[in-house]
Design a protein around this ligand. Structure first.
Ligand SMILES: C[S@@+](CC[C@H](N)C(=O)[O-])C[C@H]1O[C@@H](n2cnc3c(N)ncnc32)[C@H](O)[C@@H]1O
Length: 285
């Protein structure tokens, strides 16, 4: 006899756990993803369906199993030089900012960096444009909620398939070494990125102010209220006039007053600069 099918109530409980821990929502028409994504955990634990998994989650009060379930449900789709024109524009913006700021390193935050392809692409791009070392080299902080994704990012190890998605042979040969069937980023590349765990919906922003924040393809599955909260966090971390870069299907328009479309860099958003009046009032009060 086939095992009993998972009930809608088990799926709802798992979707609620995901939202509570990460802010990510799963639309009803994508609920099938839950079962598909959790199949390896069901198999590993010899569970027949999601109801049995929920029973274990309740018994364990979520705990480590909860972390594992959330991790498996996060959409970690990424690739090297994803939307290459956007990353090129980030390179242009950094070069332009460098002319204005010469006494310190610029700071870039890749928020929701998944397995590291985005910040590693930036590190390659900057080095190739002569901004790889010393004061010229932007500091790159890359964060994600998923410890598993971060562990992979730090290892710098990618499959042939992952490498081929977006990385031309010239870059692959310059920055990676072949190891078995995989490719491992050279120390000289991985050392350029600081990877840290960070939850955009629960943690304060990493310390210090950033000149550019990339938060691409992370906001899509947040509720409007959660998106607003995340924009507040991003705004608290960016320098006045700094640039925010979102994914192709994401916008700040109608969602926050902290950012407005950049006139100089199409598709980027500029952080509000407090007016003289506001900053005087803030200083006085
Ligand atoms: C689709 S990937 C995008 C990766 C990369 N930014 C890109 O565009 O290629 C979304 C990433 O956001 C992360 N994420 C989801 N919710 C998060 C949260 N609340 N805090 C931090 N990261 C989160 C996921 O773990 C995942 O790695």
């Amino acid at each position: 006899m086939p095992p009993p099918q998972s009930t809608a109530s088990a799926m709802n409980m798992i979707a609620a756990l995901l939202e509570q821990r990460s802010g990510q929502q799963i639309a009803a028409n994508r609920a099938w993803r839950i079962e598909t994504a959790l199949k390896p955990i069901l198999r590993e634990r010899g569970l027949a369906n999601l109801d049995e998994l929920v029973a274990q989650l309740v018994a364990a009060r979520s705990g480590e199993l909860g972390d594992q379930v959330v991790d498996a449900l996060l959409n970690q789709e990424t690739s090297f030089f994803r939307d290459a024109a956007v990353l090129d524009a980030v390179g242009d913006a950094v070069q332009e900012m460098r002319h204005q700021v010469s006494d310190r390193r610029l700071r870039i935050w890749s928020a929701g960096c998944s397995t590291g392809q985005e910040p590693l692409s930036l590190a390659m791009l900057f080095a190739e444009r002569g901004m790889g070392d010393g004061l010229c080299a932007p500091e790159i902080v890359a964060t994600d909620l998923s410890p598993a994704a971060l562990a992979r990012a730090r290892s710098g190890k990618f499959s042939q398939f992952e490498i081929q998605r977006g990385l031309p042979v010239r870059r692959m040969m310059t920055w990676f070494d072949s190891q078995g069937g995989d490719w491992v980023a050279k120390h000289d590349l991985v050392r350029r990125v600081q990877f840290r765990q960070h939850n955009l919906t629960a943690d304060p922003a990493p310390p210090g102010k950033f000149d550019i924040i990339l938060c691409r393809n992370v906001l899509l599955y947040f509720s409007p209220a959660m998106r607003r909260t995340v924009f507040d966090v991003l705004s608290s971390a960016i320098r006045p006039g700094g640039l925010l870069v979102l994914g192709a299907g994401e916008t700040v328009i109608g969602q926050t007053e902290h950012f407005t479309p950049s006139e100089r860099f199409r598709g980027f958003y500029r952080a509000a600069i407090p007016s003289l009046h506001t900053s005087r009032a803030a200083a006085a009060g």
